[in-house]
Design a protein around this ligand. Structure first.
Ligand code: BGC
Length: 387
């Protein structure tokens, strides 16, 4: 027994030593984490006001998530299920394969026909659910759009998300400050990456960032050598790290970027998976933590936080998925009890059928200087998660 224990300990030490010794970038931002790696919903009741949620329910709630291939949706799903169950609801939680739109549609059809009392939906393509949600409306089932607005559907009662425009301005301002665009002479070279064109959030992420950066592009202080500045040119299908890596590789080749070649000062990336692909391409081209361009991100995915610590990425935007889940559970509860949920925005999110009353949670910049306080002290991750 002792022998077995000793050998387990020895191999654990070898593993942790090699993990510590390695300065290689963290692996895959797209890998699905084990379910147990999602932050515990119970770690913090995550009411923005700090007070524990006092909801009490009864009924079945359908929760439709887009994919398990990105860490955040696993966290969102796990948190929602745990909090809804703690509030007394039965939960039908479904992931739509890997961003498969027909799967999401048929899962929603099932939720409607199997008697769900309310639906919480993080859409893949915001405009692809109009038909299926007519069924929800006809059956009197309220729909809450989760994180991403569902477009062109009057079945959507409420929307809960983060302040997506602010996410974009945080990223734009980070680049502006890091390059000291108001004072430095420049010009600086930048390339731009955003997310899935069918995700309404992209309009806000990219729009917010470009509202900060555009004046400098217009004045010539920032130069986009590829000339690709339109949302459609900078989009990344399905937010895929492979896609952003491919596009960055092409940009490197066509513009001669490299540590010994054309200088690249910054890459705007709308989230961590796109940032991850960009980093892979840059590392393969010879960049190191010492000469990496400034790279932004969003979500504080574990591999990206590791890369922030290692110097391959400069910042991410922390969106505490526990906060969003708690807010949505309170929304569900209010809707189920026929009362008005808490909302804090009645202007920003028009889905084509009118403005959807929304609750916007607050996103926060995360860097090497504050990640411990934000992510570890708050119980979101353990030290080992991002070591
Ligand atoms: C979410 C981001 C996420 C992205 C890719 C967006 O709609 O708001 O947090 O990184 O989708 O999943």
């Amino acid at each position: 027994m002792k022998k077995i224990l000793a050998s387990i300990l020895a191999s654990a030490m070898v593993f942790s030593l090699s993990a510590c010794g390695s300065s290689a970038p963290a692996e895959s931002s797209n890998a699905a984490p084990a379910a147990s790696t999602a932050p515990a919903a119970s770690a913090a009741p995550a009411d923005e006001s700090g007070s524990p949620s006092t909801v009490a329910g009864g009924g079945k709630i359908g929760v439709s998530m887009p994919t398990q291939s990105l860490q955040r949706w696993n966290q969102d799903g796990t948190n929602m299920k745990a909090e809804l169950e703690a509030a007394g609801y039965e939960v039908d939680l479904q992931y739509a394969g890997d961003n498969d739109i027909p799967t999401q549609v048929s899962q929603l059809e099932n939720m409607i026909s199997s008697g769900c009392d309310a639906l919480v939906v993080a859409s893949i393509d915001g405009s692809a659910l109009t038909e299926v949600l007519k069924g929800a409306k006809d059956a009197g089932i309220p729909v809450i759009a989760y994180d991403r607005l569902i477009m062109n559907s009057d079945a959507v009662s409420y929307y809960a998300t983060f302040d997506n425009y602010k996410v974009g301005t945080i990223q734009g301002n980070y680049i502006k400050d890091a390059l000291d665009l108001d004072n430095a002479e420049g010009p600086f070279n930048i390339e731009l990456f955003t997310g899935a064109p069918d995700d309404n959030n992209v309009n806000f992420f990219f729009g917010g960032a470009m509202d900060v950066l555009n004046p400098y592009i217009e004045s010539g202080k920032l130069v986009v050598l590829s000339g690709q500045t339109e949302k459609a040119q900078c989009a990344t299908p399905n937010w895929s790290a492979e896609e952003s890596q491919k596009r960055m590789e092409n940009l490197i080749t066509s513009n001669g970027y490299g540590p010994e070649g054309t200088r690249l000062d910054a890459v705007l990336c709308s989230n961590d998976s796109t940032a991850y692909g960009v980093q892979n391409a840059l590392i393969a081209a010879g960049y190191t933590p010492e000469n990496m361009p400034i790279i932004t991100g969003q979500d504080c995915d574990k591999p990206n936080v590791k890369n922030i610590v290692a110097g391959y990425q400069d910042m991410s935007v922390f969106k505490d998925t526990r906060t969003l889940a708690s807010q949505v559970v309170k929304m569900v509860d209010a809707v189920m009890q026929g009362s008005e949920p808490e909302i804090n925005d009645t202007e920003t999110y028009d889905n084509g059928t009118g403005v959807i009353p929304s609750y916007l949670c607050d996103p926060v910049v995360c860097t090497v200087d504050n990640y411990k306080e934000l992510l570890i002290d708050s119980g979101y991750y353990t030290e080992a998660d991002v070591a």
